[in-house]
Write a protein that binds this ligand. Structure first.
Ligand code: UDP
Length: 320
């Protein structure tokens, strides 16, 4: 198979690229290198089955140039990270809305299946214990910039769904819940690589808010095979799937665990949200997936624990 991966130089995209090449497939990676980097692709740049194209998913000519001979598309490219969304809100909104539309149009023209990466953020402030795919969205004010990411991704889902219903396009929608692992950078806000970097440098660990907010972190190596399995399964078309771990941690506990995993002398510094993010931010207090649908569809059952994830991120940042 020849796959197009948008965002192929990003964190998840580069792991997916490696995974597919290792299994004998060809990969075309389209990336504008806004948050992705060629360093992420260092291990595959010389691979005969790999081609990198620098360009934006909002540029239909660039997209078209990548589509020749492609059998299926993973649309992962997006403006990501809370800092990115708050710093470049309008640009991010455009990328996240128009990018998906452009990719769906291209997939339709070439009649190839497409997986669209949405996000667990679309559930917003719904704190249900086990969010199923049809759980309600509880989103804050449209003038709180943080929500523009969730709004764009929710519309991407609607686009994908309508392309399937009205045009028969083969689409799969996934909602990853806090995917983490080697190569993820903390530069754009993601908490695990930030805490690990701070711990390794002996700097204070910056816990935003009171630290009682919870998340479930899932290893990228558990997520990537699920993406492939879902796009390869025609009974998954027109459906949406949560992908995440159900191992819950508070952010304060995460800080403690990172300190103990690294043996760091770092202290914990509580930082008010306002100071951390400025205006336009609201947090989600709790976000736990119910992944029964993905379990039943493809046997999705993440095997890596939070301790495994922290260890992998530490090893990555130590260069080992
Ligand atoms: N967070 C934190 N310190 C940091 C970065 C993030 O306490 O240096 C918090 C953030 O406010 C949120 C949680 O960690 O409550 C997860 O943040 P992230 O941006 O990684 O993911 P998301 O909020 O999108 O789930």
């Amino acid at each position: 198979m020849r796959y197009l991966i948008t965002g192929g130089a990003g964190f998840i995209g580069s792991h997916l690229t490696e995974h597919l090449l290792e299994r004998g497939h060809e990969v075309v990676a389209l990336d504008n290198l806004s948050t992705g980097t060629l360093d992420n692709l260092a291990g595959v740049r010389e691979h005969p089955g790999f081609r990198f194209v620098r360009g934006s998913v909002t540029d239909s000519a660039a997209v078209e140039a990548c589509m020749a001979g492609v059998d299926a598309v993973f649309h992962l490219a997006a403006a990501v990270g809370v800092f990115t969304i708050l710093d470049k809100t309008l640009e991010s909104l455009r990328t996240n809305l128009h990018g998906a539309e452009t990719m769906l149009d291209a997939a339709l023209r070439h009649d190839v299946p497409i997986l669209v990466a949405s996000t667990s953020e679309i559930y917003g402030k719904n704190t249900a214990d086990g969010l199923t795919e049809d759980a309600d969205r509880i989103i804050g004010s449209p003038l709180k910039n943080r929500w523009s990411y969730a709004e764009a991704k929710a519309l991407d889902e609607t686009f994908a769904y309508l392309y399937a219903v009205e045009h028969g396009l083969r689409t799969v929608i996934v909602r990853p819940f806090n995917t983490v692992g080697p190569r993820q950078t903390g530069r754009y806000g993601m908490v695990v690589p930030r805490f690990v970097k701070q711990a390794l440098a002996g700097e204070p660990i910056t816990v935003f808010g009171d630290g009682q907010q919870t998340r479930c972190f899932c290893h990228v190596h558990d997520v990537v095979p699920a993406l492939v399995a879902l796009l390869s399964d025609e009974t998954a078309y027109s459906k949406v799937f949560n992908l995440g771990s159900t191992e819950q941690t508070t952010i304060a506990q995460l800080a403690e665990r990172v300190i103990s995993a690294t043996g760091s002398s770092s202290t914990i510094a509580k930082v008010p949200y306002e100071e951390a993010y400025g205006d336009g931010y609201e947090d989600m207090q709790r976000r736990i997936p119910d992944c029964t649908r993905a379990l039943e569809q493809i046997g999705f059952a993440p095997s890596r624990t939070l301790d495994d994830i922290i260890a992998a991120v530490v090893a990555d940042q130590q260069g080992s």
